[in-house]
Design a protein around this ligand. Structure first.
Ligand code: AMP
Ligand code: MG
Length: 490
């Protein structure tokens, strides 16, 4: 009798596992004791050919108790602008790949114990940071932003020491590939030319087949990564997502958002917002992200240099980042404001809006959602309806003037007020993963209640819908509630 598919899926070996040791290694996991389900992403599972309801065998598997030894990989990177040397999968184990309609998907456990790359770490991930990664992966997917996905969260009473004593968890992550800029940097820096060529050829064949047909495939791949990264940065800016640790080891070669740690979404708008408490200099502040994305592409370009050689062509490719980013950003903000036709004054209106938002620390998500619901004729009359927590005083002369100008601009669009509202509400989310929301799910889970996590994940997977019963999750934390401080500790 054959086992049910959810008990024994036909995991394929990841292609990168052919890289020689020590760059790719098979490693046993350290099973998580007394695992319980935190959540199972029934919305993602079927696309992987998995059951909507997981079997107990899956719990064993996704907590490291069953299955063949998985794979780990070596990578390096620049952390906060400084060469950090060997990093690698210190707590990530790749179980294998599944063939799906969306192509091959790699299944990876985060927090399943020590690996040869654990350095000073314990190979574990705490429940707190695992819930943040789990929720944000699905929130970003809901927003339509390229990201690694989260299939499951398993929790355990195993104590783990961070600043305080916490407990362990494992997130099962899913992506076509978890290869980072840092994988190329590692092989290039140490002069492992054969392995570098091998990794390049694997990635090219699996993920960039169009580049293989170009005269200079490595240059074409670099150019494609630059385009995807520039686009990703614009997408982050348009929803106010701050990654927090944009080190080159956290940059996906596929242009996915990867490694959710001390991230945050803008609330009271501040272009200089720093979401990561450990980022003292503000290297990865909100407004810095595009520049840092470009800088990271430069590090990737250096790593690929042995495969390209033509230094001028590399420079030219890097020079395309800024205009690509600017074009994507303008397109993104134009869509947020409901503009389909082009007008000369558009860029100025956006600039003026951001300046007012900065001055009054307006809620980023709340403002754009509120703008989506206004009638152009009401705006032209200087009327604007929004909850007080959005932070716009429409009686203020500067706001009044801007809203009127925006109303006049909106009236030039061919769409009806209803079409306008519907289109804008499909672009401007009602829900993003504000820190206090994640904290609510964390605190409930720490008491053993995973219902909040489950419910919040489902709402965040559909952030453009109203979910009227969960409207409080669209709002900032109540005034006076303790600030959630996030750092690299995870
Ligand atoms: P991160 O800051 O999570 O992106 O991790 C940076 C590097 O540190 C990666 O190589 C991780 O695998 C490693 N790392 C982070 N936390 C741990 C841990 N608790 N145990 C082992 N390695 C870790
Ligand atoms: Mg990382």
């Amino acid at each position: 009798m054959t086992a049910p598919p959810e008990a024994a899926p036909p995991f394929r070996t990841p292609h990168w596992s052919v890289l020689p040791v020590p760059h790719a290694q098979r490693v046993w996991m350290q099973p998580l004791p007394q695992p319980v389900w935190g959540d199972w992403n029934e919305a993602l599972a079927p696309s992987l050919g998995l059951a909507a309801h997981p079997s107990p065998a899956w719990l064993q598997r996704l907590s490291g108790h069953a299955g063949d030894p998985p794979w780990c990989s070596a990578y390096a990177g620049h952390q906060f602008g400084v060469w950090a040397g060997l990093l690698g999968d210190g707590r990530a184990h790749t179980l294998g790949c599944l063939n799906t309609e969306q192509g091959s998907q790699e299944i990876q456990l985060k927090g399943a114990g020590l690996t040869p790359f654990s350095r000073m770490g314990d190979g574990r991930a705490v429940l707190r940071s695992s819930i943040r990664e789990y929720l944000c992966s699905e929130a970003m997917a809901g927003l339509g932003i390229p990201t690694t996905r989260a299939l499951a969260l398993v929790s355990s009473p195993l104590p783990v020491q961070r600043e305080t004593r916490e407990t362990a968890a494992i997130v099962t992550r899913v992506a076509p590939s978890f290869i980072r800029f840092g994988h190329f940097e590692h092989l290039s820096h140490h002069g492992h030319r054969d392995a570098l060529r091998q990794l390049f050829a694997l990635v090219l064949e699996d993920f960039f087949p169009a580049c293989a047909a170009e005269a200079q495939p490595a240059l074409a791949l670099l150019q494609t990564v630059i385009e995807r990264t520039a686009r990703l940065m614009a997408q982050w800016q348009c929803v106010g997502f701050c990654h927090g640790v944009m080190n080159t080891d956290n940059m996906s070669i596929l242009g996915l958002t990867v490694d959710y740690g001390p991230f945050g979404f803008l609330e009271a708008y501040d272009a200089q917002h720093i979401c990561n408490h450990s980022d003292r200099s503000g290297r990865y502040a909100y407004a810095q992200q595009p520049l840092m994305g470009w800088w990271n592409c430069g590090a990737l370009a250096s790593a690929l240099q042995p495969l390209i050689q033509d230094a001028q062509a590399i420079e030219n490719a890097l020079d395309t980042f800024e205009p690509l980013y600017e074009a994507n950003l303008l397109e993104g903000f134009r869509a947020k404001l409901g503009w389909q036709i082009n007008r000369e004054e558009d860029a100025l209106l956006i600039q003026q809006l951001l300046a007012l938002m900065q001055r009054d620390r307006v809620d980023f998500t709340g403002l754009f959602r509120a703008l989506s619901a206004q009638e152009p004729s009401a705006l032209q009359a200087g009327k604007f309806q929004a909850p007080s927590w959005v932070g716009v005083n429409s009686a203020d002369p500067d706001w009044h003037q801007w809203l009127q100008a925006y109303g006049r601009r909106a009236a030039q669009e061919p769409s009806s007020p209803q079409e306008r509202r519907e289109t804008m509400q499909r672009i401007n989310p009602k829900y993003v993963l504000r820190n206090h929301l994640a904290q609510e799910a964390i605190e409930a889970a720490q008491r053993g209640d995973f219902q909040c996590l489950h419910q919040m994940r489902q709402v965040l997977q559909h952030p453009f819908e109203e979910h009227a019963e969960w409207s409080r999750w669209a709002q900032p934390a109540a005034p006076g509630s303790p600030q959630v401080c996030v750092s690299c500790s995870s």
